[in-house]
Design a protein around this ligand. Structure first.
Ligand code: SF4
Ligand code: SF4
Length: 345
């Protein structure tokens, strides 16, 4: 279903979605865009650069309670599972690299085992994408990892800005429902509109991006270079902050721990929090042995997980080329340069 919406009617459409919580990118601080609740739809701008935080937090929050526990001395422990049941939400302005990141999260959390916490949120969040039509940032490389500025994977709706209008394409039944709620605000896209959107998508794809040569050979080359001393050399500046993974739309590692609220009577919560392979204690064994003791071994794990292990297990890279880990690493460690050096035959 392809429709047209006047830009001036975006706020009116949002106004008709009042049974949902609405989020869109907003300027949180100087140059820092992040997803925020929509308080005033008239102020929503969908011509934003990508957000600092990816939209994975809507379905895989940084911290979530899995269950509460309590025990009165002499009695059996009581567990209270806290499965999420959030009000439905619509997230506007999702860039295609980030929606492709959600597809990777879906693989991890639903392919072999359906994680009820992830699933409970995912079922309630509708993602409305925004095709990129401005020149990409210096570190974008979505097309080098199989994506594009107008990729549709993981989205319910894809919007493309044209002259004074949006081309709005429903990609799933719930996306179509969202458009139906807009009623007369939407007009059917005509053949001239479809030609205009194809042209806009082609122009966006023509902007140069950082290349990765021979993507199909990267996994084999990384395997061949597993013991290269270059891992240590390239990781030397790493301060182990974890930004490259916490802000990655595809990273999904977590820790589970108990937070004791009261010791007598015993009462607390079991919580799941984001964790990262870039922390030295991520793989620390109880014995004190750490199989990834060095900075180089941790950089190798991050890069190989994305360009080797995930490819072997799921036939796709676990990187969508959003460029955040390159732009936001405080010491300039650059995954594309690492792949160029150690992922080429
Ligand atoms: S590895 Fe880096 S460029 Fe790739 S998706 Fe994650 S943050 Fe983006
Ligand atoms: S963002 Fe940079 S410094 Fe921080 S853990 Fe990642 S590679 Fe290391």
């Amino acid at each position: 279903m392809e429709k047209m919406l006047n830009k001036a009617d975006l706020a009116a459409w949002m106004g008709k979605l009042d049974s949902h919580r609405l989020f869109s990118p907003a300027l949180e601080d100087e140059d820092v865009w992040n997803y925020m609740p929509v308080d005033d739809a008239a102020k929503v701008q969908l011509n934003h650069p990508n957000t600092v935080r990816p939209p994975k937090g809507f379905v895989f929050p940084q911290r979530e309670v899995l269950y509460e526990y309590s025990q009165v001395p002499g009695e059996a422990p009581v567990l209270n599972e806290t499965l999420p049941d959030p009000a439905p939400a619509v997230v506007f302005g999702v860039r295609p690299c980030d929606s492709r990141g959600l597809v990777r999260q879906d693989i991890v959390f639903t392919k072999e085992y359906e994680d009820p916490y992830y699933h409970g949120r995912r079922a309630k969040v509708i993602y409305v994408g925004q095709a990129c039509n401005a020149p990409p940032s210096a570190n974008c490389f979505c097309m080098s990892v199989g994506g594009s500025p107008s990729a549709e994977d993981g989205l319910d709706v894809l919007m493309t800005e044209l002259d004074g209008k949006y081309h709005v394409k429903a990609l799933t039944p719930r996306g179509a429902d969202l458009l139906a709620k807009g009623g007369d605000l939407f007009k059917d896209a005509q053949s001239s509109d479809k030609a205009a959107v194809e042209k806009a998508h082609a122009q966006a794809k023509a902007h140069p991006q950082r290349p990765i040569k021979d993507l199909g050979k990267v996994a084999g080359a990384l395997k061949a270079n597993f013991d290269s001393p270059a891992w240590d050399e390239m990781a030397k500046a790493c301060i182990g902050c974890g930004i490259c993974t916490f802000l990655c739309p595809t990273c999904h590692c977590f820790d589970i721990s108990d937070e004791v609220k009261c010791s007598s009577p015993c009462k607390g919560e079991r919580v799941r929090t984001w964790d990262t392979c870039q922390f030295p204690d991520f793989t620390m064994h109880t014995s004190g042995h750490n199989p990834r003791e060095t900075l180089g071994s941790r950089l190798r794990q991050r890069v190989c997980h994305k360009f080797l292990y995930f490819v072997e297990n799921h036939d796709t890279q676990q990187c969508t080329g959003c460029g955040r880990c390159v732009s936001l690493c405080p010491v300039g460690i650059d995954i594309v340069s690492v792949v160029e050096r150690l992922g080429q035959p």
